[in-house]
Design a protein around this ligand. Structure first.
Ligand SMILES: *Cc1c(COP(=O)(O)O)cnc(C)c1O
Length: 427
């Protein structure tokens, strides 16, 4: 047994954990003067060794011939490919066990590119409510101008109720994509991805498969892997946990080879890939992704515990508080490996009390965005979700007393101290 472990061939076969591969995977030092780290390939174009090589690279890039076994796409031009992007994409694939990844200049460009690629005039997009404000705007204000309409569903609707709603709108033959954001921001409401898959399959016609696309920004890529629960595509705002330092904007899409070929091709012609510098920063971020997110989740549990018993707090929205017997608990257990580091709470009072709390914090910063090393706090009803209709805000529990916190990597006792002193101030 011990002999087998020492056998180098056996050692070669170990499936390393993603966090063990974030520093080295996909990078060959010998191609960069032995540099331990992948340099920033700050270049627009790449020199071909010969005209024949240039021709051969283009044949693959433009789909005129298939890649030979083990052939890598030659470097041509940074809108098509660049080492910082390619290596980053290979590393991102490891967390979600995806076949392919494409990185984008923002989460919104990742999301809008997927929608533009897989939807055509006359099609209907089914989407979970609430979705990120930018996504909501794209679905309800931009896509209708191209003849594409969205129908929203909430987590309280069953498979039958969703199907019935689609039918009553005469859309049963028009659904081409189910777009899901779970947990839903800012209340941490969960959607069952298995149910979303069933909705998609019910509306699929032979070859015309309805695509399930999941925005996994809130939980990923560490705590939830939608591809393993029936999703076809996963999208990220890499601005959040993946970037993790509030210093860049980026996005990513992951999925199988055939779907990603379409996503990548549209990216090439929209030209909304990320630049090499951002790609390099994201590779640096990925090295600490697991330690950052693990610490953030540990801190969140402590903060949630503190808020739970505070007299000025009416209700805490934290996944770790779900109880067995609650249908949401079953979805949580099935889909996630952690309660995450995003929590919200209803403060006793209304906007005035919420604003006083926000204005009196000393350590935690008042800013939108999430998933970064520093804790961030905001007021969804007047900030991130102010564009959501009042009817939907009431339906989804986004009230004036709701405050959202993204927990960072600070010492948990300092975060709690700050919350405690800001809550203590009477107005
Ligand atoms: C921030 C965010 C987006 C948009 O990403 P950008 O990088 O800001 O374009 C999309 N979805 C969710 C859930 C987000 O939090």
């Amino acid at each position: 047994m011990s002999f087998a472990l020492l056998n180098p061939n056996v050692m070669d076969q170990r499936n390393f954990h993603p966090e063990s591969l974030m520093m080295t995977h996909g990078y060959k030092p010998e191609l960069s003067e032995g540099a331990i780290k992948c340099p920033i390939f700050q270049t627009s174009t790449f020199v071909f060794k010969s005209a024949e090589e240039g021709k051969s690279f283009f044949q693959v890039a433009y789909g005129k011939r298939e890649k030979e076994p083990n052939e890598e796409l030659g470097l041509i031009y940074s809108r098509l490919n660049n080492p910082d992007l390619q290596i980053l994409e290979e590393r991102l694939c490891l967390w979600d066990q995806a076949e392919e990844c494409a990185v984008f200049e923002s989460g919104m460009s990742a999301i809008s590119t997927v929608m533009l690629e897989f939807l055509r005039p006359g099609d209907v997009l089914l989407y979970s409510k609430p979705v990120y404000g930018g996504t909501d705007h794209f679905i309800n204000k931009v896509l209708p101008q191209y003849g594409i309409n969205g129908i929203g569903f909430t987590s309280s609707q069953s498979l039958e109720e969703i199907t019935e709603m689609v039918k009553s709108k005469g859309a049963e033959d028009k659904v081409k994509m189910v777009f899901v954001e779970t947990p839903a921001n800012p209340t941490n409401t969960l959607f069952d991805l298995e149910v979303c898959r069933m909705v998609a399959d019910q509306h699929s016609r032979n070859e015309d498969k309805v695509i399930v696309c999941v925005d996994n920004t809130y939980m990923g890529p560490l705590w939830q892997h939608p591809l393993a629960h029936g999703a076809d595509l996963v999208v990220y705002s890499a601005t959040k946990y993946i970037g993790g330092h509030s210093d860049l904007i980026a996005g990513a899409v992951l999925g199988n080879v055939s779907l990603m070929k379409r996503v990548r091709t549209l990216r090439t012609f929209l030209g909304n890939m990320t630049g090499p510098w951002t790609g390099w920063l994201l590779m640096r971020s990925l090295e600490t992704l697991k330690v950052r997110m693990t610490k953030q989740a540990e801190n969140a549990e402590k903060v949630a515990g503190f808020l739970q018993n505070h007299p000025k707090v009416e209700k805490v929205y934290y996944l770790g508080n779900l109880m067995p017997g609650d249908p949401q608990y079953a979805v949580f257990k099935k889909q996630m490996t952690s309660a995450g580091a995003m929590l919200s709470f209803d403060i006793v009072g209304g906007e005035k009390e919420a604003f006083s709390f926000l204005n009196n914090l000393k350590l935690i910063k008042l800013a939108v965005s999430l998933g970064s090393t520093e804790s961030l706090v905001e007021h969804p009803a007047t900030m991130t979700h102010s564009d959501v209709s009042e009817e939907d805000r009431n339906l989804l529990g986004i009230s004036e007393k709701l405050v959202r916190i993204s927990i960072g990597v600070e010492h948990y006792s300092d975060i709690i101290w700050d919350i405690e002193q800001a809550l203590a101030i009477d107005i």
